[in-house]
Design a binder for this molecule. Structure first.
Ligand SMILES: C[S@@+](CC[C@H](N)C(=O)[O-])C[C@H]1O[C@@H](n2cnc3c(N)ncnc32)[C@H](O)[C@@H]1O
Length: 262
């Protein structure tokens, strides 16, 4: 966690802030961050700022339970992700980067970054970006921290909730959200949060799963916590959240869309 990234954050308890670190220096590996408004204390360990605390959702879906297991997090990039990916890793990175069009000096959030595959690559390839990664899963974030150390690059890693983003209003230039929207119990709430934290004209690039042709399969998946949305629904969720200029590419079973904060 970089000290200079703390002003982008707000306290998840009082929704104000600012969050202040107690230790000196730009790179904070351990030590608490404290809310200057309500005095809530949040730990930073191995560079990961935990804004979700010990709280776990009372009814976590099976899919999200798996995402929060150490076994799945360790196997995710090598064995799980390639199985579901629509494109090879290189083509996927190029497509997402082209749609996101990051500019030097911008603050970019990889929302539900998982093991950090995109955040890590973006920070590594485009040195002048401020890249942040947020996820609920502590084991996934530990994987991300490990990959970042190996790559010798920096991403601010935050444990937090997508439906209650711990960032200030209009604090980010772009949000990337890959392979995660279908896991959220309330995607409308997440998109509203994305619109809130984006600057006017800020971009969202999102890749999620389209419905299967076989509806019983979708129903089965929904019971495990995977909810697929068609293009019309996604477009209307974006519009309702205040995200306009919806454009999309269909790479069935995936849809990759881009929208901008009004
Ligand atoms: C399939 S992984 C995708 C990870 C990464 N974006 C990628 O493309 O490899 C989905 C991620 O979404 C995260 N996630 C699911 N629900 C979340 C929520 N409500 N808030 C934050 N992260 C969430 C999971 O913990 C998991 O790491």
């Amino acid at each position: 966690m970089r000290r200079s990234s703390l002003p982008l954050l707000r306290c998840p308890r009082c929704r104000r802030g600012p969050l202040l670190a107690e230790s000196d220096g730009e790179a904070i590996h351990f030590g608490p961050a404290r809310c200057a408004s309500c005095a809530a204390v949040y730990p930073i360990a191995e560079g990961i700022l935990d804004l979700a605390g010990g709280e776990t959702r009372p009814r976590r879906s099976l899919a999200q339970w798996l995402m929060e297991s150490t076994v799945v997090a360790r196997a995710y990039e090598r064995s799980v992700r390639p199985f579901f990916a629509g494109l090879d890793a290189e083509s996927e990175q190029l497509l997402l980067r082209a749609l996101l069009a990051p500019q030097a000096g911008e603050a970019i959030l990889d929302l539900s970054c998982g093991s950090g595959i995109h955040a890590c690559r973006m920070a590594h390839d485009t040195g002048e970006l401020r890249v942040l990664g947020l996820d609920r899963s502590a084991p996934m974030l530990h994987e991300a921290a490990h990959h970042l150390t190996e790559a010798g690059t920096t991403v601010d890693l935050i444990r937090g909730e997508a439906a209650d983003l711990p960032f200030g209003d209009a604090s980010l230039d772009a949000v990337l959200n890959v392979a995660s929207l279908h896991l959220y119990p309330d995607p409308a709430a997440v998109l509203r949060q994305v619109a809130r934290v984006l600057v006017p004209g800020g971009r969202l690039v999102c890749a999620t799963l389209l419905p299967e042709r076989l509806q019983p399969l979708d129903r089965l998946e929904a019971r495990a916590g995977v909810h697929r949305y068609d293009e019309t629904t996604l477009r209307s969720l974006c519009e309702s959240a205040g995200l306009q200029r919806f454009e999309r590419i269909r790479l069935a079973p995936w849809i990759v869309f881009r929208a901008e904060r009004a």
